[in-house]
Design a protein around this ligand. Structure first.
Ligand code: ATP
Ligand code: MG
Length: 871
């Protein structure tokens, strides 16, 4: 069965069981501080398990893109070396939110595997949770055991410990016991030798877990204890690539049709064969895996970068480049060439890949090229380190710096050093690395207490589209501590006018006031798993009262001007540059807006002017806000609203329209475009290959901008004696300046010539040696010229010149080479010794050396003593 069919069979099976099929959520999480990427099928549904939101159906099914490269679930180092762990993989899931539980989940899993996919039940094992006698003190899951007994013989039901059979997404959050389903796909011969049972959960490449049925019933709190969730849920996750391996009768995920097209392409490009040599195989697996992870991330809007999620993506791509560089001898970009194959293979199930193929290729190619340059540079530095080494050991600090400053990977350094018969101090390297990681961790570490709940089960209401003030009650609060921000409090209200950071728009600021007039500032508003959180530096004394909440209206208004202008800018760019322009990121602040978009070349002055004019025409057009808070996604798309890749949308969406601009948007906007007053682009540049960034300002910021420019203009005009045409006046000054510089240069040259010919006459013979010591009025370069000029064709000359410039003294000594050899004289020694008089030091070569010092008063003495050297 083809992988496409395997996927759709899964979804349609559960659709028949009354599940709604939902698309995969984007991989990069936006409002969950505990998790960077979706690492399991349940992550996008966390808000449903926690009861913060309601799904459209209590039964859902999907194939979710997952990435396990950071945090609690991190498989990165395994990838390539084994045949069944990936960075990016698809997790097929069926979900019950307070609907069915263990009985149905187990029955349907069995039906699908055995009856539909026709997997021989004699290759299956299942596990159930054996209980734990630690602090959680959990009982064995006898309920699941008894259900499984009806389908599979008891000697194939294994009891598993907490590590394998109690599923937790992270340090906190929903969790519960689980039952895994494993397959044993070894040959009959192998099976006769070793019992499959003993290999379950033992990291055997052909005895692997394919499906995990999680019976979600607890929430792990920050203090480590478990509480019961309000409802019981089912969360299942089956590894799609592993299922394909079983159903396609192969022994490795990489031998399924999910990967073979990529592997064939790598073979063609690199002229290597898969399956001949282990090192090469590992590299090919790494690259075929990583290109998927990187391509899907870019499609979801996460470009490689220097920080956070972007940095994780950059590291994945660099890992792939490194394997290609080292084991496949690829010294130029090639991974981007796999995107075409990937898009053909996955584009139907994941249209974001197909739609953004060109951008993905460009970004990967540019990243590859830049990292290859880094590798080149690192290799050169490494060569130098090796050349200068006194023994066969390189210091760990040097290797660390190579990694830290130049991004040159340690394992590559290790490999190269070993090839040259060198080693390095690994202990020292690790020590430096630990210190650095410790610093990073401390700065970003966030400790949060559990919530103190004041009002149970209160649904939060957002009223900030219509109101900036309200009477509010705190429903729960908690303290969070981080090195960066210190101690802060997070408050949740029953209703709130505060807009939480999201959709690129900053969170509102403002304050709440208690009945006795005490004011507590809200320094930021954020959203976490769909709950709006207000951040304060101080916890109000009496939390159980009604507060007057007020949003900072001025900041909100300025932010709204920028948000509406962002929509108009988006429209303008598509109009002026073309339909290929897609939003790749946006940041809407009160002071400015930033908009990233796909486009392949720098915008010309004319294009920028057209874009500005387009937006300003719509501001002048006084277009009213047309808001629709509750429209079906389909209807919105029909009306022409554009959905962004990488955004998670519900079934009902909000649309914002100003004239012909219509967007899906949860942000806040001005009532009329005229409110924006004016729009001005302040910068345009590149953020990545094929992604441009525009920064712009509106309203008050534009007034300030023009005011500042105007002030500078009049100041300049003033300096130009109120010239009628200041630009012309400035040009005149500039050309006059250039002319004068030229004249000075030639005058200085003439002067030097004169001085030199004068000096020639002053040279006297002392002790058979041509000698001159004198203070002259030339700069360092002029003196050097003079020395070499006078020394030309002379075999026994000794010159010492001194000059004084800007309160500093300079001594220059010239001794002809023959004299150096004969008499053992050394200009370096001369200037060092005489330099003492001018309180300075210096050096150079035996025939020419200079010394600078800060005491011109010592020049006379230095000149006088110079004669001693030849006497
Ligand atoms: P394993 O022990 O094999 O690493 P797991 O216990 O981490 O698996 P779960 O967290 O239960 O796996 O995830 C559910 C399913 O997702 C697994 O049964 C497996 O089929 C699949 N899966 C997990 N991790 C990966 C991965 N890195 N690559 C591919 N598939 C995976
Ligand atoms: Mg795992």
């Amino acid at each position: 069965m083809k992988s496409q069919d395997i996927r759709s069979k899964f979804l349609s099976f559960f659709e028949e069981k009354k599940h709604s099929i939902v698309p995969s959520a984007p991989m990069v999480l936006k409002d969950d501080p505990t998790l960077m990427f979706v690492n399991s099928g349940m992550a996008p549904f966390k808000e449903y398990f926690l009861g913060n939101a309601e799904p459209k159906n209590t039964r859902l099914t999907d194939s979710q893109k997952c990435l396990r490269v950071s945090g609690k679930h991190n498989d990165l180092e395994e990838v390539g070396y084994d045949t069944y762990h990936h960075t990016l993989f698809e997790m097929l899931g069926n979900w019950s939110f307070g609907d069915y539980f263990k009985k149905e989940a187990i029955a349907w899993a069995w039906e699908l595997l055995v009856d539909v996919y026709k997997i021989d039940k004699d290759i299956l094992y299942v596990t159930v949770f054996e209980g734990s006698d630690d602090d959680d003190n959990l009982e064995m899951d006898t309920e699941a055991y008894d259900i499984w007994k009806q389908y599979i013989s008891e000697d194939r039901i294994l009891k598993g410990n907490k590590k394998d059979n109690f599923w937790e997404m992270g340090e906190q959050g929903p969790c519960g016991p689980c039952s895994e389903i494993h397959v044993d796909i070894r040959s009959a011969e192998e099976k006769a030798k070793v019992d499959g049972k003993s290999l379950v959960n033992m990291d055997h490449p052909q005895v692997v877990e394919i499906w995990n049925l999680v019976f979600m019933q607890y929430n792990r709190k920050a203090n480590g204890t478990l509480e019961n969730l309000p409802n019981k849920h089912i969360d299942t996750g089956m590894g799609f690539e592993r299922l394909c391996m079983v159903l396609q009768n192969v022994q490795s995920n990489y031998d399924t049709d999910v990967f073979t097209p990529l592997i064939r392409e790598i073979e063609t490009i690199t002229d290597k064969d898969y399956g001949k040599e282990e090192k090469v195989d590992v590299a090919i697996r790494v690259i075929s895996d990583h290109v998927r992870a990187v391509a899907f991330s870019i499609a979801d809007g996460q470009l490689p970068s220097n920080t956070g999620a972007g940095y994780v993506i950059r590291r994945i791509l660099r890992r792939a480049v490194r394997y290609g560089f080292t084991f496949l001898d690829k010294k130029e970009p090639f991974i981007y060439r796999l995107v075409d194959v990937l898009s053909k293979k996955m584009g139907d199930a994941f249209p974001e890949i197909k739609a953004q193929k060109q951008l993905i290729e460009n970004v990967i190619k540019e990243e590859e090229a830049s990292f290859l340059r880094t590798l080149d540079q690192g290799l050169a530095i490494l060569d130098r380190i090796v050349a200068n080494a006194t023994d066969k050991q390189v210091s760990g600090s040097k290797v660390f710096e190579l990694k830290d400053t130049y991004g040159f990977p340690e394992d590559l350094t290790d490999l190269i050093l070993r090839e040259k018969g060198f080693s390095y101090n690994k202990g020292e390297f690790n020590k430096r690395l630990k210190e650095q990681q410790g610093r990073g961790r401390e700065a970003s570490e966030l400790k949060s207490d559990d919530w103190t709940v004041l009002i149970e089960d209160e649904e939060q209401e957002f009223i900030g589209y219509d109101q900036l003030e309200a009477k509010v009650k705190i429903t729960k609060y908690r303290k969070v501590v981080s090195k960066k921000d210190g101690e802060l409090y997070q408050l949740v209200f029953n209703l709130t006018p505060f807009y939480a950071e999201g959709g690129g728009q900053v969170g509102d600021k403002g304050y709440i006031a208690s009945s006795n007039g005490n004011v507590f500032y809200i320094v930021d508003t954020k959203k976490e798993n769909n709950v709006i959180i207000h951040i304060t530096k101080e916890l109000p004394g009496d939390v159980n009262q009604v507060f007057d909440a007020t949003v900072d209206a001025k900041q909100r208004y300025r932010t709204e001007c920028n948000h509406t202008a962002t929509h108009l800018l988006h429209q303008a760019l598509r109009e002026v540059l073309g339909d290929h322009v897609e939003q790749k990121g946006s940041a809407v602040h009160s002071k400015y807006l930033r908009f990233d978009f796909s486009h392949f070349s720098k915008l010309t002055v004319e294009e920028l002017r057209d874009v500005e004019n387009f937006v300003n025409a719509r501001i002048d057009g006084k277009l009213p806000l047309q808001e629709n808070r509750n429209v079906s996604m389909d209807k919105a798309l029909e009306e022409g609203a554009m959905a962004l890749f990488g955004e998670k949308y519900g079934d009902a969406v909000r649309t914002i329209r100003f004239g012909q601009s219509i967007e899906l948007c949860g942000g806040t906007h001005v009532k009329n475009t005229a409110d924006i007053w004016h729009f001005k682009i302040v910068s345009e540049g590149a953020v990545a290959a094929g992604v441009r960034r525009i920064e712009a300002i509106t309203n008050d910021a534009v007034k300030d901008f023009y005011f500042e420019n105007n002030r500078a203009y009049f100041e300049m005009k003033d300096l130009l004696n109120n010239a009628k045409e200041p630009v012309k006046a400035l040009q005149n000054l500039q050309s006059e300046n250039t002319e004068l510089k030229k004249q000075i240069e030639s005058l200085l040259k003439d002067k030097a010539k004169n001085i030199i010919s004068d000096l020639k006459n002053e040279i006297s013979e002392v002790n058979g040696i041509q000698f001159l010591a004198k203070k002259i009025d030339l700069d360092a370069a002029g003196i050097k010229d003079a020395c070499f000029n006078l020394g030309q064709n002379q075999t026994n000359i000794f010159l010492l010149f001194a000059t004084e410039q800007n309160g500093k003294a300079l001594l220059s000594c010239y001794i002809s080479k023959e004299l150096v050899a004969e008499k053992g004289l050394n200009a370096g020694t001369v200037v060092r010794e005489l330099g003492k008089h001018i309180q300075g030091g210096g050096g150079g070569q035996p025939f020419f050396a200079t010394a600078g010092g800060k005491n011109p008063g010592g020049i006379e003495l230095a000149l006088k003593e110079s004669e001693n050297y030849i006497k």
